[in-house]
Write a protein that binds this ligand. Structure first.
Ligand code: GDP
Length: 370
Protein backbone atom coordinates (compact mmCIF):
# COMPACT_ATOMS: atom_id res chain seq x y z
CA UNK A 1 0.00 0.00 0.00
CA UNK A 2 1.29 3.50 -0.85
CA UNK A 3 2.24 5.56 2.22
CA UNK A 4 -0.26 8.28 3.11
CA UNK A 5 1.10 11.72 2.24
CA UNK A 6 -0.46 14.68 3.99
CA UNK A 7 -0.53 18.41 3.23
CA UNK A 8 1.91 20.50 5.29
CA UNK A 9 -0.55 23.36 5.20
CA UNK A 10 -3.82 21.87 6.40
CA UNK A 11 -2.93 18.27 7.18
CA UNK A 12 -5.32 16.69 4.72
CA UNK A 13 -4.44 13.42 2.98
CA UNK A 14 -3.22 14.33 -0.51
CA UNK A 15 -4.73 12.85 -3.67
CA UNK A 16 -3.93 13.43 -7.33
CA UNK A 17 -7.17 12.39 -9.03
CA UNK A 18 -9.97 14.82 -8.23
CA UNK A 19 -9.03 18.51 -8.70
CA UNK A 20 -12.34 19.69 -7.23
CA UNK A 21 -12.12 17.61 -4.06
CA UNK A 22 -10.21 18.40 -0.87
CA UNK A 23 -6.54 17.34 -0.77
CA UNK A 24 -5.86 17.59 -4.49
CA UNK A 25 -2.24 18.15 -5.51
CA UNK A 26 -0.72 17.66 -8.94
CA UNK A 27 1.50 14.57 -9.15
CA UNK A 28 4.61 16.76 -9.39
CA UNK A 29 3.88 18.24 -5.94
CA UNK A 30 3.86 14.81 -4.29
CA UNK A 31 7.60 14.34 -4.73
CA UNK A 32 8.44 17.55 -2.86
CA UNK A 33 9.91 17.33 0.61
CA UNK A 34 7.06 19.38 2.06
CA UNK A 35 4.08 18.73 -0.23
CA UNK A 36 1.00 20.91 0.10
CA UNK A 37 -2.44 20.65 -1.45
CA UNK A 38 -3.41 23.00 -4.26
CA UNK A 39 -5.85 24.88 -2.04
CA UNK A 40 -3.12 25.72 0.51
CA UNK A 41 -0.63 26.45 -2.29
CA UNK A 42 -2.91 29.07 -3.78
CA UNK A 43 -3.72 30.63 -0.43
CA UNK A 44 -0.05 30.81 0.51
CA UNK A 45 1.37 32.02 -2.79
CA UNK A 46 -1.49 33.91 -4.42
CA UNK A 47 -3.56 34.87 -1.34
CA UNK A 48 -6.44 33.21 -3.11
CA UNK A 49 -8.94 30.64 -1.88
CA UNK A 50 -10.17 28.13 -4.46
CA UNK A 51 -13.29 25.97 -4.34
CA UNK A 52 -13.46 22.36 -3.25
CA UNK A 53 -16.58 20.25 -2.81
CA UNK A 54 -17.71 17.17 -0.91
CA UNK A 55 -20.72 14.86 -0.87
CA UNK A 56 -23.56 15.11 1.62
CA UNK A 57 -22.25 12.87 4.44
CA UNK A 58 -18.87 14.58 4.58
CA UNK A 59 -20.56 17.95 4.51
CA UNK A 60 -22.81 17.06 7.46
CA UNK A 61 -19.75 15.88 9.38
CA UNK A 62 -18.02 19.21 8.76
CA UNK A 63 -20.94 21.46 9.69
CA UNK A 64 -21.78 19.36 12.75
CA UNK A 65 -18.37 20.28 14.14
CA UNK A 66 -19.35 23.94 13.94
CA UNK A 67 -22.02 23.28 16.60
CA UNK A 68 -19.28 22.39 19.08
CA UNK A 69 -17.36 25.65 18.53
CA UNK A 70 -17.81 29.32 19.21
CA UNK A 71 -18.45 30.35 15.63
CA UNK A 72 -19.99 33.02 13.46
CA UNK A 73 -21.46 31.40 10.38
CA UNK A 74 -21.84 33.06 7.00
CA UNK A 75 -24.31 31.02 4.99
CA UNK A 76 -23.88 31.86 1.31
CA UNK A 77 -26.74 31.33 -1.14
CA UNK A 78 -26.94 32.07 -4.82
CA UNK A 79 -29.64 34.68 -5.38
CA UNK A 80 -30.03 33.47 -8.92
CA UNK A 81 -30.81 29.95 -7.68
CA UNK A 82 -32.10 30.67 -4.19
CA UNK A 83 -34.05 27.49 -3.45
CA UNK A 84 -31.55 25.32 -5.32
CA UNK A 85 -28.65 26.57 -3.25
CA UNK A 86 -30.45 26.72 0.10
CA UNK A 87 -29.15 24.18 2.64
CA UNK A 88 -31.96 22.85 4.81
CA UNK A 89 -31.50 22.17 8.51
CA UNK A 90 -28.22 24.05 8.86
CA UNK A 91 -29.35 25.39 12.24
CA UNK A 92 -29.65 21.81 13.50
CA UNK A 93 -25.93 21.33 12.96
CA UNK A 94 -24.48 24.68 13.98
CA UNK A 95 -26.23 24.95 17.35
CA UNK A 96 -26.85 28.42 18.75
CA UNK A 97 -24.02 30.08 16.87
CA UNK A 98 -25.04 33.32 15.12
CA UNK A 99 -25.90 32.79 11.47
CA UNK A 100 -25.76 35.52 8.82
CA UNK A 101 -27.20 35.04 5.35
CA UNK A 102 -25.20 36.27 2.38
CA UNK A 103 -27.34 36.28 -0.78
CA UNK A 104 -24.70 36.44 -3.48
CA UNK A 105 -24.68 37.28 -7.20
CA UNK A 106 -27.00 40.27 -6.94
CA UNK A 107 -25.20 41.68 -9.99
CA UNK A 108 -27.00 39.10 -12.13
CA UNK A 109 -30.42 40.61 -11.47
CA UNK A 110 -31.55 42.79 -14.38
CA UNK A 111 -30.62 46.47 -14.25
CA UNK A 112 -34.18 47.63 -13.66
CA UNK A 113 -34.52 45.43 -10.55
CA UNK A 114 -35.80 47.25 -7.51
CA UNK A 115 -33.28 46.10 -4.93
CA UNK A 116 -35.52 47.10 -2.04
CA UNK A 117 -38.19 44.83 -3.43
CA UNK A 118 -35.62 42.05 -3.88
CA UNK A 119 -34.50 42.58 -0.29
CA UNK A 120 -38.10 42.37 0.99
CA UNK A 121 -38.56 39.24 -1.07
CA UNK A 122 -35.46 37.77 0.55
CA UNK A 123 -36.81 38.58 4.03
CA UNK A 124 -40.11 36.86 3.23
CA UNK A 125 -38.35 33.77 1.89
CA UNK A 126 -36.23 33.63 5.03
CA UNK A 127 -39.30 34.02 7.26
CA UNK A 128 -40.90 31.07 5.48
CA UNK A 129 -37.85 28.98 6.36
CA UNK A 130 -38.38 29.91 10.03
CA UNK A 131 -34.68 30.28 10.59
CA UNK A 132 -33.25 32.75 13.10
CA UNK A 133 -30.66 35.01 11.57
CA UNK A 134 -28.24 37.64 12.80
CA UNK A 135 -28.88 39.48 9.55
CA UNK A 136 -28.88 39.29 5.77
CA UNK A 137 -26.99 41.00 2.97
CA UNK A 138 -27.51 41.17 -0.76
CA UNK A 139 -24.03 41.07 -2.23
CA UNK A 140 -21.99 40.55 -5.32
CA UNK A 141 -18.72 38.95 -4.36
CA UNK A 142 -17.45 39.43 -7.91
CA UNK A 143 -18.24 43.15 -8.07
CA UNK A 144 -17.65 43.90 -4.39
CA UNK A 145 -21.24 45.10 -3.83
CA UNK A 146 -22.51 44.76 -0.24
CA UNK A 147 -19.24 43.34 1.11
CA UNK A 148 -18.87 46.16 3.64
CA UNK A 149 -22.15 45.03 5.19
CA UNK A 150 -20.74 41.54 5.64
CA UNK A 151 -17.57 42.98 7.16
CA UNK A 152 -19.62 45.08 9.59
CA UNK A 153 -21.67 42.01 10.56
CA UNK A 154 -18.49 40.06 11.28
CA UNK A 155 -17.15 42.88 13.40
CA UNK A 156 -20.42 43.25 15.27
CA UNK A 157 -21.25 39.60 15.90
CA UNK A 158 -18.11 37.54 15.68
CA UNK A 159 -16.39 38.77 18.89
CA UNK A 160 -13.52 36.33 19.22
CA UNK A 161 -15.21 33.66 17.13
CA UNK A 162 -13.89 32.07 13.99
CA UNK A 163 -15.91 32.92 10.91
CA UNK A 164 -17.14 29.90 8.98
CA UNK A 165 -18.22 30.29 5.37
CA UNK A 166 -20.74 27.62 4.40
CA UNK A 167 -22.77 26.92 1.26
CA UNK A 168 -23.45 24.63 -1.67
CA UNK A 169 -20.88 24.29 -4.46
CA UNK A 170 -20.68 27.26 -6.85
CA UNK A 171 -22.56 29.82 -4.77
CA UNK A 172 -19.45 32.00 -4.60
CA UNK A 173 -17.94 31.14 -1.19
CA UNK A 174 -14.36 31.29 -2.43
CA UNK A 175 -14.97 34.55 -4.26
CA UNK A 176 -16.50 36.01 -1.07
CA UNK A 177 -13.59 34.85 1.11
CA UNK A 178 -11.12 36.37 -1.34
CA UNK A 179 -13.01 39.66 -1.19
CA UNK A 180 -13.01 39.61 2.61
CA UNK A 181 -9.31 38.82 2.69
CA UNK A 182 -8.74 41.80 0.43
CA UNK A 183 -10.84 43.99 2.69
CA UNK A 184 -9.41 42.82 6.01
CA UNK A 185 -5.77 42.48 5.22
CA UNK A 186 -3.54 44.32 2.88
CA UNK A 187 -2.48 41.05 1.39
CA UNK A 188 -0.46 42.44 -1.48
CA UNK A 189 2.86 41.55 0.10
CA UNK A 190 1.97 39.46 3.13
CA UNK A 191 1.67 35.72 3.13
CA UNK A 192 -1.55 34.14 4.32
CA UNK A 193 -1.18 30.96 6.31
CA UNK A 194 -3.45 27.98 6.50
CA UNK A 195 -3.74 25.46 9.25
CA UNK A 196 -5.82 22.60 10.34
CA UNK A 197 -8.20 23.86 12.97
CA UNK A 198 -7.62 21.57 15.97
CA UNK A 199 -10.48 19.18 16.49
CA UNK A 200 -12.11 19.85 13.16
CA UNK A 201 -12.28 17.80 10.05
CA UNK A 202 -9.35 18.11 7.73
CA UNK A 203 -11.18 19.61 4.82
CA UNK A 204 -12.16 22.82 6.62
CA UNK A 205 -9.22 25.18 6.22
CA UNK A 206 -8.50 28.03 8.58
CA UNK A 207 -7.11 31.08 6.82
CA UNK A 208 -5.25 33.47 9.10
CA UNK A 209 -5.18 37.05 7.95
CA UNK A 210 -2.20 38.99 9.38
CA UNK A 211 -3.27 41.67 11.88
CA UNK A 212 -6.88 40.59 11.75
CA UNK A 213 -8.48 38.86 14.70
CA UNK A 214 -11.05 36.75 12.87
CA UNK A 215 -9.65 33.80 10.95
CA UNK A 216 -11.89 32.71 8.11
CA UNK A 217 -12.72 29.03 7.87
CA UNK A 218 -13.24 27.88 4.32
CA UNK A 219 -15.51 24.82 4.31
CA UNK A 220 -16.00 22.66 1.20
CA UNK A 221 -19.21 23.25 -0.73
CA UNK A 222 -21.85 20.55 -0.65
CA UNK A 223 -22.48 18.91 -4.00
CA UNK A 224 -26.18 18.64 -4.79
CA UNK A 225 -27.97 16.68 -7.49
CA UNK A 226 -31.21 18.59 -7.99
CA UNK A 227 -29.83 21.53 -10.02
CA UNK A 228 -29.31 21.45 -13.78
CA UNK A 229 -25.86 22.83 -13.04
CA UNK A 230 -25.10 19.56 -11.22
CA UNK A 231 -25.98 17.45 -14.23
CA UNK A 232 -24.33 19.01 -17.29
CA UNK A 233 -20.69 18.61 -18.36
CA UNK A 234 -18.13 21.32 -17.57
CA UNK A 235 -18.34 22.81 -21.07
CA UNK A 236 -22.13 23.09 -21.02
CA UNK A 237 -22.01 24.49 -17.49
CA UNK A 238 -20.53 27.65 -18.99
CA UNK A 239 -23.57 27.95 -21.24
CA UNK A 240 -26.09 27.87 -18.42
CA UNK A 241 -24.35 29.73 -15.58
CA UNK A 242 -24.91 33.46 -16.11
CA UNK A 243 -21.68 35.40 -16.16
CA UNK A 244 -23.19 38.87 -16.43
CA UNK A 245 -26.39 40.78 -15.73
CA UNK A 246 -29.40 38.92 -17.05
CA UNK A 247 -31.29 40.49 -19.95
CA UNK A 248 -34.84 39.24 -19.46
CA UNK A 249 -36.32 37.79 -22.65
CA UNK A 250 -40.05 38.30 -23.13
CA UNK A 251 -42.15 35.90 -25.22
CA UNK A 252 -45.75 36.78 -26.04
CA UNK A 253 -47.26 33.33 -26.40
CA UNK A 254 -50.56 31.96 -27.55
CA UNK A 255 -51.72 28.78 -25.88
CA UNK A 256 -50.40 25.62 -27.55
CA UNK A 257 -46.95 27.14 -27.98
CA UNK A 258 -43.70 25.80 -26.54
CA UNK A 259 -40.34 27.23 -25.51
CA UNK A 260 -37.15 25.15 -25.46
CA UNK A 261 -34.26 26.26 -23.24
CA UNK A 262 -31.47 24.77 -25.30
CA UNK A 263 -32.38 21.11 -25.04
CA UNK A 264 -32.37 21.13 -21.24
CA UNK A 265 -35.92 22.18 -20.42
CA UNK A 266 -39.19 22.66 -22.23
CA UNK A 267 -42.08 24.94 -21.33
CA UNK A 268 -45.53 24.21 -22.83
CA UNK A 269 -48.21 26.89 -22.59
CA UNK A 270 -51.29 24.65 -22.66
CA UNK A 271 -54.19 27.00 -22.02
CA UNK A 272 -54.94 30.60 -21.07
CA UNK A 273 -55.19 34.02 -22.74
CA UNK A 274 -52.33 35.18 -24.95
CA UNK A 275 -49.80 36.61 -22.48
CA UNK A 276 -46.13 37.47 -21.88
CA UNK A 277 -43.71 35.00 -20.31
CA UNK A 278 -40.49 36.62 -19.11
CA UNK A 279 -37.46 34.33 -19.08
CA UNK A 280 -34.54 34.95 -16.71
CA UNK A 281 -31.81 32.57 -17.81
CA UNK A 282 -28.17 33.02 -18.85
CA UNK A 283 -27.98 35.39 -21.85
CA UNK A 284 -25.86 32.90 -23.75
CA UNK A 285 -28.50 30.15 -23.54
CA UNK A 286 -30.67 29.99 -26.66
CA UNK A 287 -34.44 29.87 -26.30
CA UNK A 288 -36.48 28.46 -29.21
CA UNK A 289 -40.18 28.95 -29.73
CA UNK A 290 -42.31 26.40 -31.57
CA UNK A 291 -45.86 25.07 -31.80
CA UNK A 292 -46.71 22.52 -29.15
CA UNK A 293 -47.72 20.03 -31.85
CA UNK A 294 -44.19 20.21 -33.35
CA UNK A 295 -42.28 20.12 -30.06
CA UNK A 296 -41.68 16.37 -29.80
CA UNK A 297 -40.34 16.04 -33.32
CA UNK A 298 -38.20 19.20 -33.01
CA UNK A 299 -36.60 17.75 -29.89
CA UNK A 300 -36.00 14.33 -31.46
CA UNK A 301 -34.37 15.86 -34.53
CA UNK A 302 -32.36 18.65 -32.95
CA UNK A 303 -31.39 17.79 -29.38
CA UNK A 304 -27.62 18.24 -29.04
CA UNK A 305 -27.57 20.39 -32.20
CA UNK A 306 -29.93 23.33 -32.54
CA UNK A 307 -31.22 22.47 -29.07
CA UNK A 308 -28.00 22.50 -27.06
CA UNK A 309 -26.81 22.05 -24.37
CA UNK A 310 -26.76 19.07 -23.75
CA UNK A 311 -23.80 17.88 -25.80
CA UNK A 312 -22.59 14.33 -26.40
CA UNK A 313 -20.31 14.55 -23.35
CA UNK A 314 -23.21 15.28 -21.00
CA UNK A 315 -24.66 11.75 -21.05
CA UNK A 316 -28.14 10.37 -21.62
CA UNK A 317 -29.51 11.18 -18.16
CA UNK A 318 -30.31 14.66 -19.47
CA UNK A 319 -32.68 13.15 -22.04
CA UNK A 320 -34.74 11.32 -19.45
CA UNK A 321 -37.37 13.99 -18.83
CA UNK A 322 -40.29 14.23 -16.48
CA UNK A 323 -43.21 16.64 -16.72
CA UNK A 324 -44.36 19.06 -14.01
CA UNK A 325 -48.00 20.07 -14.58
CA UNK A 326 -48.70 23.53 -13.20
CA UNK A 327 -51.88 25.54 -12.85
CA UNK A 328 -51.24 29.25 -12.21
CA UNK A 329 -53.99 31.36 -10.71
CA UNK A 330 -55.19 34.71 -12.00
CA UNK A 331 -54.02 37.81 -10.15
CA UNK A 332 -50.70 36.50 -8.82
CA UNK A 333 -47.31 37.21 -10.32
CA UNK A 334 -45.40 33.97 -10.04
CA UNK A 335 -41.93 32.71 -10.95
CA UNK A 336 -41.64 29.17 -12.24
CA UNK A 337 -38.15 28.23 -11.06
CA UNK A 338 -36.10 25.55 -12.77
CA UNK A 339 -33.26 24.81 -10.39
CA UNK A 340 -29.85 25.63 -11.81
CA UNK A 341 -31.29 27.22 -14.95
CA UNK A 342 -33.29 30.30 -13.92
CA UNK A 343 -36.97 31.17 -13.92
CA UNK A 344 -39.97 32.16 -16.04
CA UNK A 345 -42.10 34.98 -14.65
CA UNK A 346 -45.85 34.78 -15.28
CA UNK A 347 -47.80 37.95 -14.64
CA UNK A 348 -51.12 36.97 -13.27
CA UNK A 349 -53.34 36.21 -16.28
CA UNK A 350 -53.82 32.62 -15.17
CA UNK A 351 -52.66 29.67 -17.25
CA UNK A 352 -51.97 26.00 -17.39
CA UNK A 353 -48.44 24.96 -18.30
CA UNK A 354 -46.24 21.88 -18.43
CA UNK A 355 -42.54 22.11 -17.60
CA UNK A 356 -40.33 19.27 -18.83
CA UNK A 357 -36.94 18.84 -17.15
CA UNK A 358 -34.42 16.03 -16.70
CA UNK A 359 -35.44 13.65 -13.92
CA UNK A 360 -34.31 14.89 -10.50
CA UNK A 361 -34.22 18.60 -11.35
CA UNK A 362 -36.39 20.68 -9.00
CA UNK A 363 -39.19 22.82 -10.40
CA UNK A 364 -40.93 25.16 -7.97
CA UNK A 365 -43.21 28.19 -7.80
CA UNK A 366 -42.61 31.37 -5.80
CA UNK A 367 -44.00 34.91 -5.69
CA UNK A 368 -42.16 36.95 -8.36
CA UNK A 369 -38.84 38.28 -7.18
CA UNK A 370 -38.73 41.11 -9.75
P1 GDP B 1 -17.78 28.23 -4.51
O1 GDP B 1 -17.81 26.88 -5.14
O2 GDP B 1 -18.98 28.45 -3.65
O3 GDP B 1 -16.49 28.54 -3.80
O4 GDP B 1 -17.95 29.29 -5.68
P2 GDP B 1 -16.85 30.17 -6.46
O5 GDP B 1 -16.40 31.30 -5.61
O6 GDP B 1 -15.82 29.26 -7.02
O7 GDP B 1 -17.78 30.75 -7.63
C1 GDP B 1 -18.51 29.88 -8.49
C2 GDP B 1 -18.82 30.65 -9.77
O8 GDP B 1 -19.69 31.73 -9.48
C3 GDP B 1 -17.59 31.25 -10.43
O9 GDP B 1 -17.76 31.18 -11.83
C4 GDP B 1 -17.61 32.70 -9.96
O10 GDP B 1 -16.98 33.60 -10.86
C5 GDP B 1 -19.11 32.96 -9.90
N1 GDP B 1 -19.43 33.98 -8.91
C6 GDP B 1 -19.03 34.06 -7.64
N2 GDP B 1 -19.51 35.17 -7.05
C7 GDP B 1 -20.24 35.81 -7.99
C8 GDP B 1 -20.99 37.04 -8.02
O11 GDP B 1 -21.09 37.81 -7.06
N3 GDP B 1 -21.61 37.34 -9.21
C9 GDP B 1 -21.51 36.55 -10.31
N4 GDP B 1 -22.13 36.94 -11.42
N5 GDP B 1 -20.82 35.40 -10.32
C10 GDP B 1 -20.19 35.05 -9.18
Amino acid sequence: MDPVITCRGCGIQLQTEHPDRPGYAPASAMTKETPICRRCFRIKHYSEVSSVSVLNDDFIRIVSEIGEKEAFVLKVVDLFDFSGSWIDNLRKYIGNNPLFLVANKVDLLPKQTNLEKASRWLQREVEKKEIQLAGTALVSAVKGIGIERVKTAIERHANMRDVYVVGTANVGKSTLINRLIGLFGETGDVELTTSRFPGTTLSAVRVEIPNYIHPLIDTPGILTNHRLTDLVCAKCLKLIVPDRTIDPRVFQLNSQQTLFFGGLARFDFLSGERQPFVCYVANQLEIHRTKLENADSLYEKHVGGLLAPPCDQCGNHLRDWIVHKLQLKKGQSTDIVISGLGWIAVHGDGCQVNVHVPRGVDVSLRPSVI
